[in-house]
Design a protein around this ligand. Structure first.
Ligand code: GP9
Ligand code: MN
Length: 649
């Protein structure tokens, strides 16, 4: 019997080793080149040792912890498969927002995640069979003292790795990938961390992230240059397109899941977006290197960044986290110019907290499920065609000038058009019943809906005096999904990667402009506010923004918040993704034009820049400072850096 117990112990250990092996493969951490896997095994071995000599009560607690740990790993794998990130405590609290993504999650449950839970029933059977023997056998043959040493050693080392008080690079690396400590660290950070964060100076935060003071200084100079200074950014001294929208209405359409690749392309002999392609030919400024910089809040973060010019955060949806903050967001700035403002989405008004957030951003009116006629439903809510029909009508009755922000919904995962909506794009047989095929069909539907909307504006006389801006909130086809990857790679003719996935279009259509231009400068949603400020002559003198006016920018740069970890960015010609362990060296770069991998040499400063802007943005949000002037922000950065220097001495 005793031997059997011994064998069973090996079996338990092997099961764990296999489980962790699968886990590390599933979350893309190379087990042989990183210590994480082995450290996790050592942790487990020590815990088994403790388990064996523990009291029945402690054993019960350890079993419970193990079950929870396994469930966390399970969620990790599913989450990683969809978001390229491990799950954090904050996200667990945001389950209420999962409506939009639940199908996405379901479809993402990969086989591997099931393997992660497979050892639990086996362990349960083993426990049932040997329970009485083990209980007896755990006859406490080692001294209480020894046991305490091992236990204390184990707990202390987990905490030390998780918190890394000496900030050793090797531990930081281990820490960001090791399965136990990554979650301990997250749990500590999202509870205690908030307190510590709020007590730290910006300088200390940036120093802890190993950002060099020079990079920070440059950014503070840039902030001074950009905010509200668009008048003298062009060569001639006069900003291009300055004030061309002045007095005109503004309609901004945020299109659900619209990626840039759908424009100007043919599928199976048909244009995917015939209407938008037409629009591109006349009076339109088209940004073909525009990217999403959303954080954890998906659609809502795309909205947030667009309206505020700030970077969202990865910890949660800004619409939840910073709902009590003050902003000088686009609606408010337009209102200062005498505009009447409204937002519209054919969904529940409280989804993403919109009913609370919109008035705070300055929207006078909010059209949603309650005051729209929900006469045609598809997927998550009102069909785009019906929404646009109603909005064309509503706008014709609104006081002018107006700013209207319309968010579409039909082109949402899982890309199915519910009757009576009709698909007009003919799919190839092999693409029927695939996400790729469905996506092209629903984007075609939305393209038609936008077309009908613009026609309606022409009919009701609003068109000539309305600037129409169209952009995508985020990707629709996740490149981490095998089928998407294969279909898209075949369709594009090059490897489908983040450079294409995160690329969303931005179209600024100005009737009477007399010009159609494609602008190649890299930009992100964070640049939207400054760009509109130039067009509509808005006053940004008390608005912090991390974006720039893309119509006058010489160089483009956007840091990404979700999918690629902090320190990743896109600039003209290049996408850089920082390593999964957070180190610059293990990162990779892609050429935006050839889509081929290129050397990361010379990109480190930009990576630090990405860390700095997203970190300063978070700091502004955490402390509710978004209503500062550029000068005040630059001064704040300066003093905070200096105080961190003196703290260090
Ligand atoms: C819900 C919609 C969906 O109103 O905006 O959001 P998503 O799932 O794309 O974040
Ligand atoms: Mn969305």
């Amino acid at each position: 019997m005793k031997e059997k117990i011994l064998k069973v112990r090996y079996l338990v250990f092997i099961l764990f080793a296999v489980k962790m092996f699968v886990y590390y493969i599933a979350v893309d951490i190379p087990i042989f080149s990183s210590l994480s896997y082995w450290v996790t095994l050592v942790f487990f071995g020590l815990t088994m040792y403790l388990y064996y000599y523990s009291t029945v009560r402690t054993q019960r607690i350890l079993r419970f912890i193990y079950a929870i740990f396994s469930i966390v790993l399970f969620i990790d794998v599913i989450y990683y498969n969809y978001f390229n990130q491990l799950v954090s405590v904050n996200q667990i609290w945001q389950i209420k927002n999962i409506k939009g993504t639940e199908d996405s999650v379901k479809s993402a449950i990969p086989l591997m995640s099931v393997v992660i839970l497979a050892d639990l029933p086996v362990l349960w059977l083993i426990y049932r069979k040997f329970r009485s023997r083990i209980d007896e056998d755990a006859s406490k043959r080692i001294s209480l003292k020894k046991k305490r040493w091992v236990a204390t050693g184990l707990i202390v080392s987990i905490i030390i790795i998780a918190l890394n008080p000496l900030r050793l690079a090797s531990i930081a690396k281990l820490n960001s990938t090791e399965a136990v400590t990554v979650h301990v660290k997250d749990a500590v950070e999202s509870t205690l961390g908030k307190v510590v964060y709020n007590l730290s100076s910006l300088g200390t935060i940036l120093q802890n992230k190993d950002v060099s003071a020079d990079v920070v200084e440059e950014i503070s100079e840039d902030v001074m240059d950009e905010t509200g200074e668009s008048e003298d950014t062009s060569d001639s001294g006069q900003a291009r397109y300055a004030g061309v929208g002045k007095g005109m209405n503004l309609v901004v359409i945020q299109v659900e899941s619209m990626q840039n690749f759908v424009l100007n392309t043919e599928y199976n002999g048909q244009e995917v977006t015939p209407y938008l392609n037409q629009l591109l030919k006349e009076d339109t400024l088209y940004f073909n290197h525009y990217f999403t910089n959303m954080g954890k809040g998906n659609t809502s973060d795309a909205e947030f960044s667009t309206q505020t010019g700030l970077y969202p955060v990865i910890e949660g949806a800004s619409y939840d986290m910073y709902v009590d903050n003050s902003f000088n967001a686009l609606p408010e700035l337009m209102a200062e110019k005498g505009y009447y403002t409204s937002a519209a989405i054919g969904d529940d008004k409280d989804f993403y907290n919109r009913a609370t957030v919109y008035p705070r951003l300055g929207f006078d009116q909010f059209y949603n499920e309650e005051n729209l006629d929900m006469d045609e439903i598809s997927g998550l809510g009102l069909s785009d065609k019906s929404l646009f029909r109603q909005m064309a009508q509503n706008l014709s009755q609104q006081e002018a000038p107006f700013y209207s922000f319309i968010i579409t919904l039909t082109n949402h995962y899982p890309y199915v058009l519910d009757a009576p909506l009709e698909a007009t794009l003919e799919l190839k047989d092999e693409d029927k019943d695939t996400l790729f095929g469905g996506y092209l069909q629903t984007i075609r539907y939305t393209d038609e809906a936008i077309g009908e909307f613009v026609e309606a504006l022409k009919e009701n006389g609003l068109y000539d005096n309305t600037v129409i801006v169209i952009y995508g909130d985020h990707h629709g086809l996740n490149c981490l999904d095998n089928e998407n990857y294969e279909k898209m790679t075949e369709f594009l003719g090059y490897s489908y990667d983040y450079d294409t996935m995160l690329n969303i279009p931005l179209l600024i259509h100005i009737p009477g402009l007399g010009e159609a231009r494609t602008i190649e400068t890299v930009g992100g949603q964070v640049d939207f506010l400054a760009t509109m400020a130039n067009l509509f002559d808005l006053d940004l003198s008390s608005t912090v923004t991390f974006g720039q006016d893309l119509l006058n920018a010489d160089e483009g740069f956007v840091a990404t918040v979700a999918y690629m970890l902090q320190g990743s960015f896109i600039k003209d010609g290049v996408l850089y993704e920082i390593g999964r362990d957070g180190s610059f060296e293990s990162g990779r770069a892609l050429d935006l034009n050839t889509h081929e991998p290129i050397s990361i040499d010379g990109l480190e400063e930009d990576s630090q820049r990405a860390v700095t802007v997203t970190e300063i943005s978070k700091y502004i949000l955490e402390r509710d400072l978004a209503e500062m002037s550029a000068g005040e922000l630059a001064e704040l950065i300066d003093t905070e850096m200096k105080s961190a220097e003196t703290e260090q001495e």
